[in-house]
Write a protein of this length. Structure first.
Length: 281
């Protein structure tokens, strides 16, 4: 049980979602809601919701830092943002996205880096891209050490150059069978869940039915065990990002632009601050 009194409000109390809860939700057919978040303030908002898990994605590089891909994101940046989310988040499971080259080189290097982020951020799990060869070895090493791992197959952004860019993965029979085998291998390696990104809906359904761990879809259709979106995207803060799978559940970007324009106008015409917004002697 966690509490939070930051900001002067009443303490919030909510049971922390665990790996066992993920597996239970899969068994019972309860859909799993995951959102990607990068900062303290939004984390506090998510603590007041019924979201099941929060992923601090390496997409922070594109969403907040202005990079053209996830590849430049460093381990230190991921620790910085995940620690900020941890200070605001109470209840949902917190998962850190292991960034490019933080786990690819050796099993022991992956373990050292994953252990560091667990200690320095307080996250409950990490996510690793890939479902073949070295990735499976890294995952087994982490799981053996007691670190929960979420897998990630389909479009794996850290391997975008190998894949030939951002595209749907698994439309060809050979690629589809490879993804199916990867999902089974990730379950065997000890993953507690698997992200399926930009995977054809039928293939995602087939994988979801075949494995006993939850599948979390993004651009993988409605028959995964759960879904994940980037919070900024689903709130309408990133209007230029318009893939087919993206549904905006809010239009905060338009609201923010309007508020900024109103503020500038009020300053320019002397309407802000008013006497009631000023201090006397």
């Amino acid at each position: 049980m966690s509490t939070d009194t930051a900001g002067g409000g009443s303490p919030r109390r909510r049971k922390t979602v665990t790996v066992r809860d993920f597996l239970r939700m899969k068994r019972e057919g309860e859909r799993i809601a995951v959102l990607t978040c990068y900062d303290y303030l939004f984390a506090r908002m998510l603590s007041d919701s019924a979201v099941d898990a929060v992923l601090v994605g390496d997409s922070v590089g594109q969403v907040l830092l202005g990079y053209g891909s996830t590849l430049p994101v460093t381990l230190e940046q991921m620790i910085h943002h995940t620690a900020a989310v941890r200070r605001g988040l109470q209840g949902p499971m917190l998962i850190l996205d292991m960034p490019f080259m933080s786990y690819q080189v050796t099993d022991e290097g992956a373990l050292a880096n994953a252990g560091r982020v667990m200690k320095e951020t307080g996250c409950e799990a990490v996510k690793i891209e890939g479902g073949e060869g070295p990735a499976l070895s890294r995952i087994r090493r982490l799981v053996d050490a007691g670190i929960p791992v979420m897998g990630h197959i389909g479009l794996t952004p850290q391997a975008m150059h190998k894949l030939g860019g951002y595209r749907v993965v698994g439309r060809e029979e050979e690629e589809a069978e490879s993804l199916f085998a990867q999902a089974e291998a990730l379950e065997g390696a000890g993953c507690f869940a698997i992200v399926l990104e930009l995977v054809p809906s039928g293939l995602a359904e087939r994988i979801s039915q075949a494995v006993s761990i939850p599948t979390i879809g993004i651009g993988a259709g409605p028959r995964c065990d759960g879904q994940v979106l980037v919070l900024h995207d689903m709130l309408g803060l990133n209007p230029d990002f318009e893939p087919r799978f993206m549904r905006r559940f809010g239009e905060l970007g338009a609201a923010a632009r309007g508020a900024i324009a109103d503020y500038v106008g009020a300053v320019k015409d002397g309407g802000y601050p008013s006497e009631s917004e000023s201090y006397g002697a």
